[in-house]
Design a protein around this ligand. Structure first.
Ligand SMILES: [Zn+2]
Length: 76
């Protein structure tokens, strides 16, 4: 899911590298959309599928069990 963030930043950086106002603007929009989409995707995936508890504030990625309802989040 970090690929989306990287792609968004890369496209924005690429637009700036062209040093053309119109190109920068269009690249910023495309990059912004990708960045926003990645953010939404991260936000959706970082919630417990059982109770909807946000796992964004849990350090070290997705925990094995939901800290709120205790259901298993990872397979195996
Ligand atoms: Zn839960």
């Amino acid at each position: 899911m970090w690929i989306g963030f990287a792609a968004g930043i890369l496209i924005i950086a690429l637009g700036i590298a062209f040093e053309n106002e119109n190109i920068i603007e269009s690249f910023m929009i495309v990059g912004g959309i990708i960045f926003f989409a990645a953010f939404i995707q991260t936000f959706i995936f970082y919630t417990c599928p059982y109770c909807g508890y946000s796992l964004m504030n849990v350090r070290g990625g997705i925990p094995e069990h939901c800290p709120k309802c205790g259901k298993q989040l990872k397979d195996g």
